[in-house]
Design a protein around this ligand. Structure first.
Ligand SMILES: Nc1ncnc2c1ncn2[C@@H]1O[C@H](COP(=O)(O)OP(=O)(O)O)[C@@H](O)[C@H]1O
Ligand SMILES: [Mg+2]
Length: 498
């Protein structure tokens, strides 16, 4: 399943962040380990109790056998290897035991006394550590008079059996946990596979761009994973339903968008002819010699100029509507350096009071200034940027137009930069500069533009797979158009020309 992006606020760490699969297996393993531990402890305790009970019975029997003899004697009474016997008559203590080689050995008096001193009660078996011999189970008996006799058997066998039991239990438990972990992982993975498929469908949809145009959402959770009787199936079915809804909504949106676009295109188209008539008639009135009073002439001038403005607005709207509709653009080699030269010379003719600087590679177009695209549309991009640098700046402003293969961070692209040292545009405009009808000075000077120039530039550049950015720093207002060049990446740029 896909990882989530890091850095989400309040994320937990550790096992809480594990994938569900690992968490389930870990949970089962922890529970099993706990159960196995309880079973192991209980069975070990029970085993110890039963072994001790057996040994105690033997110790008591040995003691009884020993008591039939006098003093500290063991031999010839069928005693077990390791049997220990200590006695005291209240003063001197003595002890003997049967060695592993079935020989009698004497326990030093000091040790014998120590053993007796540790015995707490008469007649009840008790565990005593005998220095040098190990752990013993011993029982004390009061013999005649002050004579106290204690008999014991070693705990070695019991201890060994218990150790073996614990080791075996632990080994079996660990092996079982390992096998279960493996098996559990496989099973849980198998059980979660439908969920992974549902997630994959959701991811596929998430990767589909939905913001524009006609969107198809063919991804669906497979039928097998939409069984409403299972939890995952319900999620899968709900996702499919959601996808169907979204697809319907997107289709409806696309239909209405297309309608609006067609309406705008048709309306703009229909407006062209009457506007041409208005312009024509206004001009006609102006040309009628003599008979027209001056104020009517002035009004006709206004009518004509407003009709021209409206015509350019209508042309812009029509162009935008066509670009929106995704009309295929012409695809021919276009030298941006040549376009820039034309644009700058037009701008110079329109505004001789500005300083116009052209900076293109000497060896253009071979320097890599050629793109494949629609020459008229790209010409309009440059015209719009240069018109802005002309209209939105005071006379005397220097406007530099640079065309350079970008290289560096964006190899295989060519950049057209239009920069002026005018007042720039307000920062709050930067985010929506390329939106339609965005104009900083709309209130100040109505009639300078339509507010569509940069929107058109943006649409054209994007249709060519390029980008356009703006920087409104006063004194260095910069518009940068970056377009992919035609053919292989160009060599480094050469010198500049004015
Ligand atoms: N070179 C520039 N210097 C200052 N402001 C600019 C410049 N270019 C664009 N602008 C601002 O961006 C706005 C939008 O430009 P545009 O889309 O071409 O619309 P229009 O030029 O019709 O007003 C302009 O109204 C202007 O405020
Ligand atoms: Mg403009």
């Amino acid at each position: 399943m896909a990882e989530h992006p890091p850095g989400v606020r309040g994320r937990r760490r550790g096992p809480a962040r594990w994938p569900l699969q690992r968490r389930l297996v870990a949970l089962v393993l922890v529970l099993l380990a706990a159960a196995a531990s309880v079973v192991g402890v209980v069975s070990t305790l029970a085993l110890r109790d039963s072994l001790l009970a057996n040994l105690d019975a033997e110790v008591v029997a040995a003691s009884r056998r020993a008591m039939t003899g006098p003093g500290v004697q063991l031999e010839g009474r069928g005693q077990r290897i390791g049997t220990l016997r200590v006695a005291t008559d209240g003063g001197r203590a003595a002890g003997i035991y049967i060695t592993a080689r079935a020989e009698l050995a004497e326990l030093p008096a000091r040790q014998a006394a120590a053993v007796l001193s540790r015995l707490e009660a008469v007649g009840r078996p008790q565990t005593v550590v005998v220095e040098g011999l190990g752990r013993y189970r011993m029982v004390a008996q009061q013999a005649a008079g002050p004579v106290l006799v204690a008999t014991g058997l070693p705990l070695d066998d019991v201890d060994a059996t218990l150790t073996r039991h614990v080791a075996t239990t632990a080994a079996v438990t660990l092996a079982g946990l390992a096998v279960l972990g493996l098996l559990g992982t496989l099973l849980v993975r198998r059980e979660l596979r439908p969920l992974a498929r549902v997630a994959a469908t959701a991811s596929a949809v998430a990767a589909t761009p939905l913001d524009r145009g006609e969107v198809a959402l063919p991804a669906r959770v497979p039928d097998g994973d939409t069984d409403p009787d299972t939890e995952v199936g319900r999620v899968g079915a709900a996702l499919n339903q959601l996808l169907a809804h979204v697809e319907d909504a997107l289709a409806a949106r696309h239909r209405s968008e297309t309608q609006v676009r067609r309406f705008v295109a048709d309306a703009s188209h229909e407006l062209r002819t009457p506007l041409a008539s208005i312009r024509g008639y206004a001009e006609l009135v102006r040309r009628v010699p003599g008979e027209v009073p001056p104020d009517v002439l002035a009004a006709m001038d206004r009518v004509e100029s407003e009709a021209r403005r409206m015509t350019s607005l209508v042309e812009d709207l029509l162009l935008l509507a066509r670009l929106d509709a995704g009309r295929p653009l012409e695809r021919a080699p276009v030298d941006l350096a040549a376009l820039a030269a034309d644009g700058v010379s037009d701008a110079h003719a329109a505004a001789p009071d500005h300083r116009w600087v052209l900076d293109v590679p000497d060896d253009a177009p071979s320097a890599g200034t050629v793109v494949v695209g629609d020459e008229n549309a790209l010409r309009q991009v440059l015209a719009n940027l240069l018109a802005n640098a002309r209209v939105h700046t005071p006379p005397g402003t220097t406007v530099t137009t640079t065309v350079r293969p970008a290289g560096g961070a964006a190899p295989g692209t060519v950049a057209v930069v239009v920069r002026d040292d005018g007042p720039g545009f307000p920062a709050e405009l930067a985010d929506r500069l390329f939106d339609r009808f965005t104009r900083a000075d709309a209130a100040r000077s109505p009639g300078t533009g339509t507010g569509l120039g940069l929107a058109i530039a943006d649409a054209v550049v994007r249709a060519h797979g390029g980008t356009i950015t703006a920087d409104g720093t006063p004194g260095a207002t910069t518009f940068t158009v970056t377009l992919p060049v035609a053919g292989p990446a160009p060599p480094p740029p050469g010198g500049a020309a004015d």
